[in-house]
Write a protein that binds this ligand. Structure first.
Ligand SMILES: [Zn+2]
Length: 88
């Protein structure tokens, strides 16, 4: 009984991990963001790239619920606006 419970847990965990990794709508949202070059071309080029909403130059990248996600969104630290996409 214990083996069956562990197997059920592992199967459910694998299914959940798959969906968190490959959510199709997450990928579409990521693809809708501009690349960094497109963002700079659209919002003007300065020494430091600033947020188009609040002007902050502080950013952080976010990969969703999976920290190992290679498709990253770069967000403004101050207002959390998604600025551009990156891929490692
Ligand atoms: Zn901002």
């Amino acid at each position: 009984m214990l083996v069956i419970s562990v197997l059920c847990f592992l199967v459910l965990f694998a299914i959940a991990a798959y969906f968190f990794r490959f959510f199709p709508w997450t990928r579409r949202e990521w693809e809708a963001l501009p690349t960094k070059a497109e963002y700079i071309a659209e919002h003007g080029s300065t020494e430091e790239v600033a947020c188009c909403k609040c002007g902050s130059t502080n950013t952080f990248d976010f990969g969703g619920l999976n920290p190992g996600m290679t498709n990253r969104k770069v967000l403004c630290t101050k207002c959390k606006t998604a600025l551009w996409r990156e891929s490692y």
